[in-house]
Design a binder for this molecule. Structure first.
Ligand code: HH2
Length: 286
């Protein structure tokens, strides 16, 4: 049985998450992302990589211009816009795939939506700037609300929880409430537990182990485990690019426990893994 996975409406398009797991390919246009920093600062290279991910099976491309790795410095609005907007504009001419902007800043989100993005992926879950919700509402965009404890600068300094899953669910339900109060339609909201954002190794493993408890929020769940350091710690693999097998394992676990969207670097491999997981939970994959 497939756990309930609500569909999502994004600027007039329906993401049929009830039918199969969607793959969100990661495009970091940053000098300092933990895995692919510096690789796609060149516009041509970035656009080509996005198109390659789409032909490998990405349903969504998530474009980010600010690294949120632990300890990362903030980037100005102008700098972030200059990294991501030309790429979103170019991609929206070249593909029908859904484009998402990974940002905490309403100005960057608005420019991205004007350039053709359909999803705003806010890793702060509206805690950085609540005005993000009204931007998403104005453009009818989908909104990914991710859980983060603290800020990228301090989040990995000894994070503490009572019951990590209950606290993540409580905080995300608050973010959802704020979005709805700002007028965002409930069926445009996606939640994400924020693997690696203010969480220890044990917290990340416990969230994956109990992911199905987030179904209480009634919204589709996006999960981003791709190449993250908790995989490196369990497998003793220091180099992020060598964490594919651990990433596949965690993505399959996430699908079996209710995830609807997987945010990943290795699209082709994770697409195959998620199609297998989808087949096992008896949905018609396409
Ligand atoms: N993880 C990262 C960034 N954005 N968004 C969502 N919704 N969920 C995640 O788990 C998530 C995210 C961090 O990974 P990455 O973009 O690869 O690295 P960096 O922050 O260093 O650019």
């Amino acid at each position: 049985m497939r756990l309930s996975r609500p569909d999502v409406t994004v600027r007039g398009i329906k993401l049929e998450l009830s039918r199969r797991t969607y793959i969100m390919g990661i495009l970091n246009v940053t000098p300092d992302s933990f895995s692919d920093g510096g690789r796609f600062l060149d516009k041509e290279k970035a656009v080509r990589h996005a198109l390659d991910m789409i032909s490998d099976g990405a349903d969504i491309v998530d474009i980010g211009g600010e690294s949120t790795r632990p300890g990362a410095e903030e980037v100005s609005v102008d700098e972030e816009c200059s990294r991501v907007i030309p790429i979103i504009r170019e991609l929206s001419k070249k593909t029908d795939a859904v484009l998402s902007v990974d940002t905490r800043k309403p100005v960057v989100a608005e420019e991205a939506l004007k350039a053709g993005a359909r999803i705003v992926n806010d890793v702060s879950g509206l805690r950085y700037d609540e005005r993000m919700a009204s931007v998403a509402k104005r453009y009818g965009a989908a909104l990914i609300l991710m859980h983060m404890k603290g800020t990228p600068k301090n989040m990995q300094t000894d994070p503490q929880y009572g019951d990590v899953v209950k606290e993540v669910a409580r905080d995300l339900s608050m973010s959802v409430k704020i979005a709805i109060q700002a007028g965002v339609s409930e069926d445009s909201i996606i939640v994400d537990p924020g693997i690696g954002f203010g969480k220890s190794l044990e917290h990340n493993l416990e969230i994956l182990n109990r992911l199905e408890e987030l179904a209480i929020l009634g919204r589709p769940i996006c999960v981003g485990t791709s190449r993250k350091s908790f995989i490196g710690k369990v497998l003793n693999v220091p180099e992020p690019a060598n964490r594919l097998i651990g990433t596949v394992a965690t993505c399959v676990i996430a699908v079996l426990k209710g995830a609807s969207i997987l945010r990943v670097h290795d699209v082709k491999e994770i697409r195959q893994a998620s199609l297998m997981a989808d087949a096992v939970i008896k949905i018609k994959a396409n």
